[in-house]
Design a protein around this ligand. Structure first.
Ligand code: GLN
Length: 448
């Protein structure tokens, strides 16, 4: 823990951490030492882990990257945080992210951008940008992230590390500040698939009393899935993931990775996900709709920011929210409120829900002829800070390859597979069938 705390300080200019507390961290480390000495067999005893600032964490502030929650301290731990602590993990601190996890570049954080350690003039990806940068720069051996539409996979790809989003419902959402509840999932970001397997095993498991969407699937030891041959594994390549929008440098790295998979014994088959393009409008209706509802709790009454001067209750709500939320969050609340409003609900929200179902059906058909799906995580490598900062739609479009699996609730993973333009890392995306985490991790491990 001391080693990483030193590195966090030396590389503070990356902006990856929003909060650290040496006393809390060292107390946890000492406790882990005692458990170790007492023969406790927990898998992560003494392993330092940092948490995305979306997870409420006792002993540290939790802001969700928003001015709305500046200085907020939770009286309890998110289930994922508690489960990692039970497994022996030591908390290094809280990691920067886009405000309420809304973004693809970490530039929507109220507390400043995060720099990509591979090239500090570039974004680390988002919304778990702090997690990606911290692991890539060796400020933490592993971190938690959350993925609503790609926020684990895309920053993992842009920072050259490994990340996995499990099947929706595998990890409890309790204590994860809600963005779009039907999509939000927690997962680990680390250097290798093996490390991710260790963390994911601790993070997953039912939590029926606290998250009604948590699945009744018992915790698994995913490290047991590692090893073994890939002979006969059918990897599906969706035609729509390899079209015009894909940058040639990314394409070349993905092709080389796929050739390696063939050498490892896998068989490559073409599949089709015809509604891939529609995943962007569908996601950017459903996610803001849910966000507009989830974020109504930030009203200045129960917790977080409250405007100093106001005339009456309504004025207090208005001023609090005007001051507390950033531009992107306000944009999504407005879009979400609009698509849910009477007269527009059928035209937008209902249609989006129907197409969401059809996207899931397309995956079901694709998995009839393959065991795993592979493709790019993002159409390009990490772009320059500021390049798309004033263009929300350009950010949305860059999510095209991660949104389909999110909408279907499928597990997805990003593994480093070489370098593209500017020497920046490229990520290969692997998408599994429901509960296919073990197979994903096995395939990733074999390649690594
Ligand atoms: N980039 C997507 C968005 O802005 C996904 C974010 C996420 O997965 N949290 O909503």
């Amino acid at each position: 823990a001391q080693h990483f705390m030193g590195r966090i300080q030396r590389h503070a200019d990356l902006g990856a951490f929003l909060a650290t507390d040496a006393e809390v961290t060292l107390a946890q480390a000492r406790e882990a030492d005692q458990r170790l000495a007492a023969g406790d067999p927990a898998a992560l005893l003494g392993v330092p882990v940092a948490h995305k600032d979306i997870f409420v964490t006792r002993g540290f502030p939790t802001t969700a990257g928003s001015r709305m929650l500046a200085g907020y301290r939770s009286p309890f731990d998110a289930t994922v945080v508690a489960r990692l602590a039970q497994a022996g993990a030591v908390t290094l601190g809280k990691l920067s992210c886009d405000e309420f996890a809304m973004g693809s570049s970490n530039e929507n954080s109220a507390f400043g951008p995060v720099k990509n350690p591979w090239d500090t003039t570039r974004i680390p990806g988002g919304s778990s940008g702090g997690s990606g940068a911290a692991v890539a720069a060796g400020l933490a051996p592993a971190a938690t992230g959350t993925d609503t539409g790609g926020s684990i996979r895309q920053p993992a790809a842009f920072c050259g590390i490994t990340g996995i989003k499990p099947t929706y419902g595998r990890a409890s959402r309790y204590g994860m500040i809600a963005y779009a509840s039907s999509l939000d999932q927690a997962g680990p970001m680390a250097r290798t698939a093996e490390d991710c397997a260790l963390l994911l095993s601790a993070m997953c498991g039912p939590d029926p009393d606290r998250d009604s969407t948590s699945l009744d699937a018992s915790a698994e030891d995913f490290t047991r899935a590692l090893g073994g041959s890939l002979a006969g594994l059918r990897i599906g390549l969706p035609r729509e993931f390899f079209g015009e929008g894909l940058a040639p440098d990314v394409r070349a790295a993905i092709d080389a990775a796929l050739a390696e998979y063939r050498r490892l014994g896998a068989e490559l088959v073409e599949v089709s996900l015809p509604l891939t393009e529609l995943s962007i409008p569908v996601y950017y209706i459903i996610a803001p709709a849910e966000a507009s509802s989830n974020l109504s709790r930030f009203d200045g009454v129960k917790f977080g920011h409250r405007a100093r001067e106001f005339t009456d209750l309504l004025d207090m709500y208005k001023k609090t929210r005007a001051q507390g939320f950033g531009d992107e969050v306000k944009r999504r609340i407005m879009v979400g409120t609009y698509v849910l409003s009477h007269g527009y609900y059928d035209a937008y929200y209902l249609q989006a829900q129907k197409i969401r179902r059809m996207i899931a059906d397309d995956f079901r058909r694709a998995f009839e002829s393959c065991d795993l799906i592979a493709g790019p995580v993002a159409p390009s490598v990490a772009w320059k800070l500021g390049d798309k900062a004033d263009d929300p739609v350009a950010n949305y479009l860059a999510d095209i390859f991660t949104l389909p699996a999110s909408l279907a609730g499928l597990p997805g993973m990003s593994i480093p597979c070489g370098f593209g333009e500017g020497g920046m890392p490229v990520g290969l995306q692997l998408i599994g069938n429901y509960f296919g985490e073990g197979r994903l991790l096995q395939a990733a491990h074999a390649y690594q």
